[in-house]
Design a protein around this ligand. Structure first.
Ligand code: SF4
Length: 155
């Protein structure tokens, strides 16, 4: 589903000659709220590419196969982290990612996800949800576009 959203976004961007709402860049810095790692409602699963699974496995010093068996489920053909009982990410520890170095593409690219890069969604949902928006590092238009092109699932 994310791949389709990404494709749709790219098509829309290619057609549009209008400046985007992020053409002057957007400030973002994780404030460690852990909000994007807890019961995620509409944000759903944490997807994993093969490279994400390899990186995680290396971090945990286990094989990719062991990591996949122990920590992953597959839905509609896409790997994602298993859902823990409390629905928080199983790598969340006291509001911190215990696997930060190995966190998957989906986490690395938050909040610059294709489905968020719509001014209404950004203003009404993303800004309200994430306390890191408008703080810290300024991501340029080019930085954001680069992140938007990173696919969080294997297509
Ligand atoms: S892998 Fe880390 S950054 Fe990603 S949702 Fe889990 S705790 Fe959060």
């Amino acid at each position: 589903m994310l791949s389709n959203l990404l494709q749709l976004h790219r098509m829309q961007q290619a057609k549009s000659k209008k400046p985007t709402f992020w053409s002057s860049g957007i400030q973002f810095e994780c404030q460690g709220s852990g909000k994007c790692c807890v019961s995620r409602g509409q944000y759903g699963y944490i997807y994993l590419t093969l490279n994400d699974r390899k990186r995680f496995a290396k971090f945990l010093k286990i094989s990719t196969l062991s990591f996949t068996r122990k920590y992953c489920s597959k839905t509609d053909g896409y790997f994602h982290l298993k859902i823990s009982k409390n629905e928080n990410c199983m790598f969340l520890d006291a509001k911190r990612c215990s696997a930060y170095e190995a966190r998957p593409t989906q986490c690395r690219t938050w909040p610059f996800w294709p489905e968020n890069m719509n001014v209404k969604v950004w203003e009404k949902e993303v800004k309200a949800f994430c306390p890191g928006i408008g703080k810290g590092k300024l991501y340029s238009k080019e930085d954001i576009e680069q992140l938007l092109h990173l696919d969080p699932v294997d297509s």
